[in-house]
Design a protein around this ligand. Structure first.
Ligand SMILES: *Cc1c(COP(=O)(O)O)cnc(C)c1O
Length: 426
């Protein structure tokens, strides 16, 4: 079980909405900081522990800056993400560049910034050398592929486009050494939104075992093992959050069992968590504007799947609450929908909720809060159907609220069109 919290009351929201009309994202600085401190404390058992926050989860420099102040680095996979990290003051090896199918220009930029480049294929050794030269420190990404019998929890990396095979990694590290690379790191990322602690410990065991094999077969002594992202959050109220202490202890145990006897300690351990860092501390706040009763009962919001795609894309559950009606009976069954011309634009399907008032009932309509939207939320949005994405607000630790991204305007939507050519042609 986990408690679905929202840090503001209905009265707070009414006040905020006067200045910043719905819909908007709201992030809770205090919640994020407390969460990060718990993670850092649990993982402080490992030397040089650092989480490189996956920028794609919440690409806002205000958030990155808060995280940087708590000692986090950034995990980037594109040029604009590298720039965001730089703007937030994250530099050099605090930036992990875990890209795939990377253009030469982006390798050049990452190299110039001194980021840790994480190669996604063996052919990229030559590609990077030609594009930007080989840096002193190189990381490579492991794809475990087909798995041993009974190891069902690993999922199906065999169908994933990422990373190098075991054999390629051995050859790759030998080749890098030959080419004069001095420092080495190993990375993997095999799952997404995984709540199982044994699963993540198993991933660590896989990497630690491989680190020993790399040392035995190539003489390369890794200095860092990056366990990647993919730690889940409990989107459903009946799910249990990952206990960081138990996870860190479990990884520490295999660290002792595998790396210590091989003479591979101390080994720096790092991660690339995104979702687990900010996910539960962000909400999409909308208002109910229409109610519709046909074969099902619908509540329509002033936001749509352009603001939050996860339900449509992954069939993902996002908890919904109605501020001011927290204790009302869940007497209704609604589909909660947006205004996009796609029938999968549904934030919730056949969800038990209290009676919801819409704009037509009382002029304002209830606030509808969609939970766990602090990662892979607004970032995944798009402009299909002429939908303009909402802005982002930050609830600061002192209780004040600031806007950290304004909503999109029609001018933004038209910004990439060349109207001059249109006039000439006419
Ligand atoms: C997306 C991604 C992450 C972050 O994943 P979360 O599920 O948000 O923890 C980390 N590393 C890489 C390479 C990714 O692509």
């Amino acid at each position: 079980m986990n408690e679905k919290y929202f840090p503001l009351s209905k009265a707070d929201l009414e006040k905020i909405a006067e200045q910043y009309p719905t819909p908007f994202y709201l992030y809770d600085e205090k919640g994020i900081i407390e969460n990060v401190r718990r993670i850092n404390a649990a993982f402080s058992v490992f030397p040089g522990y650092k989480n490189h926050f996956a920028v794609k989860a919440l690409p806002n420099p205000y958030i990155l800056k808060i995280l940087a102040q708590e000692g986090l680095g950034a995990d980037c996979s594109s040029y604009p993400e590298l720039l965001l990290a730089e703007i937030a003051g994250i530099q050099g090896e605090d930036i992990m560049f875990s890209s795939n199918e990377t253009p030469a220009s982006e390798y050049e930029a990452a190299r110039k910034m001194g980021a840790i480049i994480n190669l996604d294929d063996i052919s990229h050794i030559d590609f990077l050398e030609k594009a930007a030269g080989l840096p002193e420190l190189i990381s490579m990404r492991y794809n475990p592929g087909p798995v041993k019998k009974g190891n069902v929890i690993i999922g199906n990396p065999e169908e994933a486009k990422y990373g190098l095979t075991r054999g390629q990694l051995i050859r790759g590290f030998a080749l890098l050494k030959e080419k004069g690379v001095k420092r080495f790191a190993l990375h993997t990322m095999v799952a997404s939104n995984e709540l199982s602690i044994p699963y993540h410990i198993e991933t660590a065991r896989l990497l630690f075992t491989l680190a020993v094999e790399i040392k035995d077969r190539t003489g390369v002594r890794l200095e860092c093992i990056n366990l990647g992202g993919g730690v889940g959050i409990p989107y459903r109220p009946d799910q249990t959050p990952v206990d960081y202490e138990t996870l860190a202890e479990g990884i520490q145990k295999v660290y002792g069992e595998i790396l210590a006897p091989a003479g591979l300690v101390p080994m720096n351990i790092c991660t690339e968590w995104g979702r687990a860092i900010t996910g539960p501390y962000g909400w999409l706040v909308s208002r109910a504007i229409h109610k519709k009763e046909i074969y099902r009962n619908y509540i329509a919001l002033d936001s749509c799947m352009a603001d939050l795609m996860r339900p449509a894309l992954y069939d993902a559950y996002h908890h919904i609450s109605v501020p001011g009606k927290e204790n009302d009976p869940l007497s209704e069954v609604y589909d909660v929908v947006g205004s996009l011309c796609e029938n999968n634009d549904k934030f919730a399907i056949q969800r038990n909720l209290p009676v919801i008032n819409v704009a037509a009932d009382d002029g304002k309509g209830d606030f509808i809060v969609i939970h766990d939207a602090g990662a892979h939320g607004r970032a995944m949005g798009f402009n299909y159907n002429g939908k303009l994405r909402c802005g982002e607000l930050l609830l600061r630790q002192d209780g004040s609220v600031i806007q950290i991204r304004r909503p999109e305007t029609v001018a933004d939507y038209f910004a990439t069109l060349d109207f001059e050519g249109l006039t000439d042609a006419a």
